[in-house]
Design a protein. Sequence first.
Length: 280
Amino acid sequence: MMGLSPFGWTVRTRSNAPSIPQKGTLRFKLILNKCINSKYSYSLFPIGGLRGLTNIMKRHIPNFITCLNLFSGCVASYLAFKGNYQGAFIAILIASAFDFMDGFAARLLKAYSAMGKELDSLADMVSFGLAPGAIVFSVLTECKINEWLPFVGFLIPVFSGLRLAKFNIDDRQSTSFLGLPVPANAIFWAGLVYSFQSILMDNIWALVVLIVIFSLLLVSELPMFSLKFKNVAWKNNQTQYLFLIGCVVILAIFGLNAFAIIISWYIAMSVFVVLFKKAV
């Protein structure tokens, strides 16, 4: 059975599928405007017309941002193996920004998905596991003390993987953390090597000890606060506000050399909060 569509096209009304227009042309903008509310729109734009297409795009925005995180981590790893520690440091900071943005976008758009959760962990494994491990591996290689010693640096991605796996199945970490988060660990190592490379190469065994300590911190049960604000009230967010004030002061004093110090400040504050709660 044949009928007339809203566009003046001849269509099969039985299947609601418009045929190829026989004559005349319409401006593309007019077609899009009419398609939005037309019952024939799904024939031109699958899954609910333009609205469906928009919903699909909106649902994948967080995943796209996560892919940018992953890409930045790949760049950081490459630069680290090349000995470009400044470039690797910047790439890890960019990956950290994308890691924050994908979660923010998912909450804002209500675009949660099982795929997004898995993709986020895989991206974090590269950006905050492999990349800092590659940085430390390259630094230890430059020291030329022992051909096997540099591989100690790969404890970082190993324990980062354990940390991510633990986080994914632990319901206790919805508002705070147990153990050092992998982005914080990655920023520490990238910032440490960027700012204090010469000191580290003169104290290589101290570097090895730090690797062990931070690897254990990743999988520890040490409670660590998150920067998720329930509201803007000082009373409910004292720890977060004090931490941010400290970050501003440290950045003002040390500039780009502040990042490893800021992560140390974060760990120290977390320990202090635990001890204070036990004392109270």
